[in-house]
Design a protein around this ligand. Structure first.
Ligand SMILES: Nc1ncnc2c1ncn2[C@@H]1O[C@H](COP(=O)(O)OP(=O)(O)OP(=O)(O)O)[C@@H](O)[C@H]1O
Ligand SMILES: [Mg+2]
Ligand SMILES: [Zn+2]
Length: 292
């Protein structure tokens, strides 16, 4: 024990304390005859109480407490995940999009699927490395689906934050700060730099103005500097995207691993409505008609 050097000369050094011990005995309907020893001061409290019955009761109380604590932890975790899902701004159609409801119809598709899945499942590692991806290819090939499957997994499995935003929305939000008093451009830009994962959708759709390029480049560069993974989705192919954003920007993205995944197969849009595995009600047939 602690040998404290502080001791005054008047202090009485206590002599050995004698504890009177009493032997209690009894008979339990359940556990038969018992005997236990108890200090006399608490003996009255224990008289007639079967130690085995007491042990069982204590165990039950401990278990109850454990379940209660676990429940409280789970509620807290679920609330955290619900909040992250809400803040992720994953569009309604893609909230239930996952790896499970992604149909694999070709080897190329399998490779894309597996890259996306590995990235999602090893996301903590991707964060350490700052690994980023470009998903490119024609409309309806499942780029947004797989990107949102990644975001959903990253949030649910690891409790990491993710943000989904289209370039168009990102630009609108930045522009909106120019005549706003309550949000600065800096704050909006931080909103894009801080999430653990950013999905920047529809890059190059408008085949952008210089301004648009500057903004996208700025977002990517900030995230690159902070080693935060980014997924860029585009209908442009790798070469066009290189022309558009500049090869340096694309190159930087892959410094921590990742790379370009080409989605070169037919549109799935016309099949969505018949795909029983895809959650119904999330899909508006208007869009099915658009690309069909
Ligand atoms: N392999 C697939 N299995 C199941 N559903 C898929 C598959 N590919 C795409 N889908 C579904 O088809 C629809 C279109 O896919 P998605 O929006 O991801 O395509 P996209 O590549 O992002 O297209 P765009 O370039 O037009 O944005 C979505 O509802 C998506 O969930
Ligand atoms: Mg898309
Ligand atoms: Zn008993």
């Amino acid at each position: 024990m602690n040998s404290s050097p502080i001791s005054s000369s008047e202090e009485k050094i206590p002599g050995p304390v004698r504890i009177d011990i009493e032997t209690l005995t009894g008979a339990c309907d359940e556990h038969g005859e018992w005997s236990r020893q108890a200090p006399r001061v608490i003996a009255d409290k224990l008289r007639g109480k079967c130690p085995e019955c007491e042990r069982i009761a204590q165990e039950a109380r401990d278990e109850e407490e454990r379940v209660r604590l676990l429940g409280a932890m789970k509620t807290r975790k679920n609330r955290h995940i619900d909040r992250l899902l809400g803040e992720s701004e994953i569009p309604r159609r893609f909230r239930e999009r996952s790896f499970d409801n992604y149909t694999i119809e070709s080897e190329e598709q399998r490779r894309a699927y597996e890259k996306a899945k590995a990235f999602a499942e090893k996301f903590p590692r991707a964060m350490e490395l700052g690994a980023s991806f470009v998903f490119c290819g024609p409309p309806g090939t499942g780029k947004t689906h797989l990107a949102c499957a990644i975001a959903n997994h990253v949030i649910r499995a690891f409790g990491h934050s993710a943000l989904f935003v289209t370039v168009f929305d990102a630009i609108q939000r930045i522009k909106a700060t120019y005549d706003s008093k309550d949000r600065t451009e800096r704050e909006v830009m931080q909103g894009f730099s801080l999430p653990d994962l950013l999905i920047l959708d529809e890059v190059g759709v408008q085949f952008g103005t210089e301004y648009e390029k500057v903004i996208i480049t700025d977002i990517i560069n900030r995230r690159y500097a902070d080693m935060r993974p980014t997924i860029i989705l585009s209908n442009l192919n790798e070469a066009e995207l290189g022309d558009y954003l500049g090869i340096r920007v694309i190159d930087r993205m892959f410094e921590g691993g990742g790379g370009v995944v080409a989605f070169n197969w037919g549109s799935y849009r016309s099949k969505v409505i018949r795909d029983k595995a895809l959650p119904v009600g999330e899909y508006r047939p208007v869009d099915a008609m658009r690309d069909a």
